[in-house]
Design a protein. Sequence first.
Length: 145
Amino acid sequence: MKPEKVRTSLTTFPSLAEIVPEPLSVVLVISAWNYLFLLSLDPVIGAIAAGNAVVLKPSEIAPATSSVMAKLLGEYMDATAIRVVEGTVPETTALLEQKWDKIFHTGNGKVGWIVMGAAAKHLPPVVFELGGKSPVVVTSISRLQ
């Protein structure tokens, strides 16, 4: 992404300013078991497109799908851009002990608290998606039977 020139305030005349997008560096993505490909790859694509490297930790609840994802990403993606860490709680705990430039977690609130507690040691930006409840709108014309 190229720098974008922006206007400056009259109080700083004759200055020039520009916005220069810079990648954060390394992003940890911890994904949920449901919709594993979508919920894993959506933040991965965004992070890589922004110039970051990614470590992806798919859910241990879907080990076969995680294994396929690790195989395909390892085969078709640059290993300097993405790594997949498979495993259970000990592997996730070990990942959370590392210093990350950003953490993206999709899952439940209980694990969200654990992720936030671990992130508090280094204060990276953290993004949570903590389980939607599939809301719907029910009106007087809705057929509930």
